[in-house]
Design a protein around this ligand. Structure first.
Ligand SMILES: Cc1cc2nc3c(=O)[nH]c(=O)nc-3n(C[C@H](O)[C@H](O)[C@H](O)COP(=O)(O)OP(=O)(O)OC[C@H]3O[C@@H](n4cnc5c(N)ncnc54)[C@H](O)[C@@H]3O)c2cc1C
Length: 484
C-alpha cells in the first residue's frame, strides 16, 4: 500500500505524553506527524481533565475567600448559578493553551492530522477524518499516547445528564444543590471538595474506609475534616447496590439499605486505556493487565518500532509523568543509553485543601528501615504565613531514617502543598540531610518554614533518643522555636 506521506515518527494522541514526544523528536531533526481524533490538540489534560478542573477549583477558592470576608465584600452566590459562568476563564485558558501547543508543534516542524488513527501494519497508520476522508501515513517509528477514558461500571447507568462521569461533569448547566460522588480516588476527591466549597451538598461513597487510601492517613484525616466542615459527607466501607434516575432525582441505594437522593451524581471509579480503535491486532501487540499497553523501562512495546507513553500504559496516570515518558521514549528511539527508572514521582492532588507527597510513606519507611524511623511534623498554624493566610488543618510531615538524618519522604496537606513538595523532592534527590533545613535560610514569612519546624522536631527526637542534649547549634534553634 503506497502511503500518502511518510514520516520518521507518527505520534498518536496530542496530550502531554504525545506532545513532549513529538517535540523531542522534532528538535532532534525527525520528520514528525501527530494524529489527534478530537477537534483540537491538547488531550484530556487540556480539554477534560487537569486544566478544566483546576479552573473550576480556582473559581471555588475565590468564592470561598469572598464568603470568608463577608464583612468586606457584599457577596452572595446566585441561586441559579451556571457552571459555565464559574468556568468563564476556562475559554481564555484553553484558547491560549491550545494555540500555544499548536504553534509550538508547528514551529518545531511537526504536522498535525485531525482524525482517528489505526494501524494497518507496524509501519503504516490509517487516519480517518471526521468527514470520513482516509489518509495513509508511512513511518519508521510510532509513539502511542492515546490516554484513557472514565470507566463506567456496568451497573451504573451513566447518562451524562443526571449521572455523569469526569468527562461530562463540567457540562452541567446549573450548579446542582446536591451531588453524590461514587469513588474516593483523586478525581472523586478533587471534584467532591471543589463542589462542596461551592455550597453543593456533596456525599462521597466508596468501599474504602477513607478517601485517597494511598496517601498518609494523617493527611486524609485533615482533608476529611475540611470536607465535612464545608458540608460534605463521606460514607466509607459502602457500595451503591443500585443507582437510577427516578425522573426527579438520582436515587442510590447502598448495600446497608441506606437511600441517597441527589440532583446529580458523579461516577469516578477508575479509567480505561484507549486502545480499541488502534487495531493493535494488526501489529500483534501484547497488552498488559487491565488492558493497558505493556512496555519495558524504555517505553518500548512488544513491537520494537512502536513505543507507548502516558495513561495508555497505566498508572500513575499523571500529566507530569506522561510528559517525561514521552521525552524518554524518544531518547531511546534515538539510540541513547537506557536511563535509570524514574526515581521519584511527586503526587499532587488538587482537592481542597491540596495534598501532596513525595518519597516513602510512613508505612513504606517502617517496612524498609524498621520502627526506629524518625518523624517530624509541623502544623501550618505554627508558621507565620499560615496564620496570615488563615490556613487551618495544614500539616507537613517529614520522615527520616533511624539516625534522624536522611530524608525519606515528605507529605503535605494545605493550600500550596503541590508546589511546596518540590523542596522535599529536591532534598531527597540530592541526598540532603535533615540539618540542611536548619542550617540554611528560608524566606520569611513562607509556608516553606514548615520544613524547618518539622526538621527541628526530628532533630529534637534524635537527640532525645540518643539521650543526650542536642548539639549546641541545634539546641539554640530549638530554644528560639520555643520562644516564638
Ligand atoms: C478530572 C481530571 C483531573 C486531572 N488532574 C490532573 C492533575 O492535576 N495533574 C496531573 O498531572 N494529571 C491530572 N490528570 C491526569 C492527566 O490528565 C493525564 O494523566 C494526562 O492527560 C495523560 O496524558 P496522555 O498524553 O497520556 O493522554 P491524554 O491527555 O488523555 O491525551 C490522549 C489523546 O489521544 C487522543 N486519541 C485517543 N485515541 C486516538 C486515536 N485512535 N487516534 C487519534 N487520537 C487519539 C485523545 O483524543 C486525546 O486527545 C487529571 C485527569 C482528569 C480526568
Amino acid at each position: 500500500m503506497t502511503p500518502d506521506e511518510t514520516y520518521d515518527l507518527i505520534v498518536i494522541g496530542s496530550g502531554p505524553g504525545g506532545q513532549k514526544a513529538a517535540d523531542q523528536a522534532s528538535k532532534a531533526g525527525l520528520k514528525v506527524a501527530i494524529v489527534e481524533r478530537e477537534r483540537a490538540v491538547g488531550g484530556t489534560c487540556v480539554h477534560l481533565g487537569t486544566i478544566p478542573s483546576k479552573t473550576l477549583r480556582e473559581a471555588a477558592l475565590t468564592i470561598a475567600t469572598l464568603k470568608r470576608n463577608a464583612d468586606v465584600f457584599d457577596f452572595k452566590l446566585k441561586d441559579d448559578m451556571e457552571v459555565s459562568t464559574l468556568m468563564r476563564r476556562l475559554d481564555t485558558v484553553l484558547q491560549s493553551y491550545t494555540s500555544f501547543i499548536s504553534q509550538h508543534i508547528g514551529t518545531s516542524g511537526g504536522k498535525v492530522y485531525l482524525g482517528r488513527a489505526s494501524f494497518i501494519d507496524k509501519n503504516t497508520v490509517l487516519v480517518t477524518t471526521v468527514k470520513g476522508t482516509k489518509i495513509i501515513l508511512g513511518t519508521k517509528n510510532v509513539v502511542i499516547a492515546t490516554g484513557s477514558r472514565p470507566r463506567t461500571p456496568p451497573d451504573i447507568p451513566v447518562d451524562h445528564e443526571h449521572i455523569l462521569d469526569s468527562d461530562s461533569i463540567l457540562s452541567m448547566i446549573y450548579l446542582p444543590r446536591s451531588l453524590t460522588v461514587i469513588g474516593a480516588g483523586v478525581i472523586a476527591s478533587e471534584y467532591a471538595s471543589i463542589f462542596s466549597l461551592l455550597g453543593v451538598r456533596v456525599t462521597m461513597i466508596d468501599r474504602t474506609p477513607r478517601p485517597l487510601m494511598f496517601m498518609e492517613p494523617e493527611l486524609t484525616e485533615k482533608f476529611l475534616d475540611n470536607f465535612t466542615r464545608n458540608g460534605g459527607t463521606y460514607i466509607g466501607n459502602a457500595k451503591a447496590k443500585s443507582v437510577e434516575w427516578n425522573g426527579l432525582q438520582v436515587r442510590a441505594v447502598l448495600d446497608s439499605g441506606e437511600e441517597l437522593l441527589s440532583d446529580k451524581m458523579l461516577v469516578a471509579q477508575g479509567r480505561l486505556a484507549n486502545v480499541e480503535p488502534l487495531n493493535l491486532d494488526s501489529v500483534e501487540m501484547e497488552l498488559g493487565r487491565n488492558g493497558v499497553i505493556a512496555v519495558d523501562g524504555d517505553y518500548q512495546t512488544s513491537v520494537p518500532n512502536i513505543y507507548a507513553v502516558g495513561d495508555v500504559i497505566g498508572p500513575p496516570s499523571l500529566a507530569s509523568v506522561s510528559m517525561e515518558q514521552g521525552r524518554r521514549a524518544i531518547d531511546h528511539m534515538l539510540g541513547e543509553k537506557s536511563k535509570d527508572a524514574i526515581e521519584l514521582v511527586p503526587i499532587g492532588i488538587y482537592s481542597v485543601p491540596e495534598l501532596s507527597s513525595v518519597g516513602l510513606s510512613e508505612e513504606q519507611a517502617r517496612e524498609k528501615y524498621g520502627d526506629a524511623i524518625v518523624i517530624g511534623r509541623a502544623n501550618f498554624e505554627e508558621v507565620a504565613r499560615g496564620q496570615i493566610a488563615g490556613i487551618q488543618d495544614g500539616m507537613l510531615k517529614m520522615i527520616a531514617d533511624p539516625q534522624g538524618k536522611r530524608l525519606l519522604g515528605v507529605h503535605i496537606v494545605a493550600e500550596g502543598a503541590t508546589d511546596l513538595v518540590h523542596v522535599g523532592e529536591m532534598a531527597i534527590l540530592n541526598g540532603n540531610d535533615i540539618d540542611c533545613f536548619l542550617e540554611n535560610i528560608l524566606n520569611f514569612p513562607t509556608l516553606g518554614e514548615a520544613y524547618r519546624i518539622a526538621a527541628l522536631d526530628i532533630a529534637n527526637k534524635r537527640a532525645k533518643r540518643a539521650s543526650k542534649k542536642p548539639e549546641p547549634r541545634i539546641q539554640k534553634l530549638l530554644d528560639e522555636a520555643e520562644l516564638n
